[in-house]
Ligand binder design. Sequence first.
Ligand SMILES: [Zn+2]
Length: 58
Amino acid sequence: MGSKKKVGARVKMTLTCSECKRKNYTTIKNKKNSADKVELKKYCPHDRKHTVHKEGKI
Ligand SMILES: [Zn+2]
């Protein structure tokens, strides 16, 4: 730990539907600003409704 260089403060994340587990969205996250895991209500084309999407690694 702590060996990473100070590059890539912004990381690409996926937003995964909590119901069907599909990765519907990608987003850029700034590590410095948001250390906590993100949960967003977004439209899932598979479920055809708004569901909770949780962030995850690509
Ligand atoms: Zn879904």
